[in-house]
Design a protein around this ligand. Structure first.
Ligand SMILES: *Cc1c(COP(=O)(O)O)cnc(C)c1O
Length: 458
């Protein structure tokens, strides 16, 4: 059992143990929780290159979590039963790169990797504390179904997921509303995604309500999500080095909230053989601009073919910034205050571990078409953004692994536009059309959602 403590990036709350950090999500001072220390490689590290995915997951969790060894072993063993591959992920050659397919979970999205672990972890922690939890989430499409799949049918947990009525794709909507478990409530809000997020903020700001109903969140700032995403960086880097004889690899990561690539950063800091991280954004390029210029400045969100990356403020970026200012919480607070006031902040110096680039809509389409025609591989639009940027940074000494974050069938329309053919299908998605659904429509008012939750909460 590891006794690592989790501190707030803003430095104004006492440290927490792993279990409390996972239940809290965010720190009470508004900061993000980070481990006091990213662990250096230890004396068992030489065994890691030959370990299975689940064994590596165990080794990582045991070092960062205040849980018993038997509990952790069961968690990591069971978490990925719903995946179609025993090794959870698969590494496939495609032209000059390899694609690391992270989308073999129940909703065909890489978010399953984190959420299929987080659901059982919440259950375990609640069982130990005797507590219950009502998860509230707002989704513009993809996160909702992965969150629902992570907690459906679990005791002690209910989930309320708001989506903007009629504004998510029919497939995304059905992936959520066809889940009929009694602990799952889909709420179609008569408004926009911004309305859903605003309502969510209002509910969490109502502290008596939040405490009375033990409201919880599953968003990507939860430390457990970042931790469990480190596994595939180790797994893929070790295996690919062994297969190719290379000493190091580089990863290209299609990036939105900076959760995925942050896990890669921590894995590199822990000693995974990673030479570089290639950060790729779509036109919403605040992070690409930061890694090129040192300036983090707000732009306007534009819709693209890769909607899960259509963000401007990246919620996990604060964890990285914290290490860039040397763990100085006062300095970080100053920067975040400035960002809140002016919409921009600046950090001097660079980080040799990162390079960055942008794949716009035209490049995304062209990359999907090219990989289909020349390499017989169908990329989803998010993955295509990463592959496009990766092509600019190929390195003869470090093979390039591009993270594939969604199955192309989830974005069939984009595939059709790029290739002119209706190629992207998956039996799980095709079967959705015939399933019964359950969903409640509510007006875009916090009071209506509050009343609904109060009436249905555990
Ligand atoms: C969430 C998501 C991303 C972005 O991941 P972050 O951790 O937010 O950077 C990329 N692609 C897909 C398909 C996603 O769902």
């Amino acid at each position: 059992m590891a006794n690592i403590r989790y501190i707030s990036t803003r430095g104004q709350t006492p440290p927490l143990g792993f279990s409390d950090a996972v239940m809290a999500g965010l720190a009470r001072d508004g900061g993000l929780l980070v481990p006091e220390q990213i662990l250096p490689p230890d004396d068992r590290f030489h065994e890691w290159p030959t370990m299975s995915y689940r064994e590596l997951a165990y080794e990582l969790v045991v070092r960062y979590a205040d849980l018993g060894q038997v509990e952790i072993a069961k968690l990591v063993h069971d978490a990925y039963d719903s995946f179609r591959y025993s090794e959870v992920v698969s590494l496939v050659p495609a032209g000059p790169v390899h694609v690391l397919e992270l989308f073999h979970g129940p909703t065909l999205a890489f978010k399953d990797i984190a959420l299929q672990f987080l659901g059982p972890l919440f259950s375990l922690l609640l069982k130990k504390s005797g507590g219950k939890m009502n998860i509230v989430a707002a989704t513009s499409g993809d996160t909702g179904s992965a969150a629902i799949a992570g907690v459906r049918g679990r005791e002690r947990i209910q989930i309320f997921v708001m989506h903007p009525r009629g504004r998510v794709s029919p497939t995304q909507e059905r992936q959520m509303t066809s889940v009929l478990d009694a602990n799952v409530y889909n709420l179609a809000i008569e408004g926009s995604f911004d309305d859903c997020q605003r309502i969510m903020k209002e509910l969490f700001a109502d502290l008596p309500f939040k405490d009375r109903h033990a409201l919880g969140a599953v968003n990507s700032v939860n430390w457990a999500r970042v931790l469990i995403q480190m596994v595939y960086y180790f797994h893929a880097a070790f295996r690919h080095c062994a297969a190719t004889g290379a000493k190091q690899v580089q990863f290209a990561v299609p990036t939105g909230n900076f959760g995925d690539i942050l896990a890669g950063y921590y894995a590199a800091k822990m000693g995974a053989p990673i030479k570089r991280l290639i950060l790729a954004t779509n036109e919403n390029d605040i992070l690409a601009r930061f890694f090129k210029t040192g300036e983090y400045s707000l732009g306007k969100v534009v819709p693209t073919l890769s909607p899960s990356m259509d963000i401007q403020v990246a919620s996990n970026f604060e964890r990285y910034l914290f290490t860039r200012v040397g763990g100085d919480a006062a300095k970080l607070r100053g920067l975040m205050d400035q960002f809140g006031r002016e919409g921009r902040l600046r950090v001097v110096g660079g980080d040799p571990l990162f390079v960055a680039g942008v794949g716009n809509t035209a490049a995304t389409r062209a990359t999907i078409k090219k990989y289909h025609e020349q390499h017989d591989y169908l990329l989803d639009p998010h993955t295509a953004v990463g592959v496009h940027v990766a092509e600019q940074f190929l390195d003869p000494e470090a093979p390039t692994i591009c993270l594939a974050t969604a199955h192309p069938a989830k974005f069939g329309q984009a595939i059709l536009e790029a290739t002119g053919k209706d190629l992207a299908h998956h039996p799980i998605l095709d079967a959705l059309a015939d399933l019964p659904t359950r969903c409640t429509t509510l007006p875009a008012e916090a009071a209506a959602v509050r009343d609904f939750i109060a009436a249905h909460a555990q």
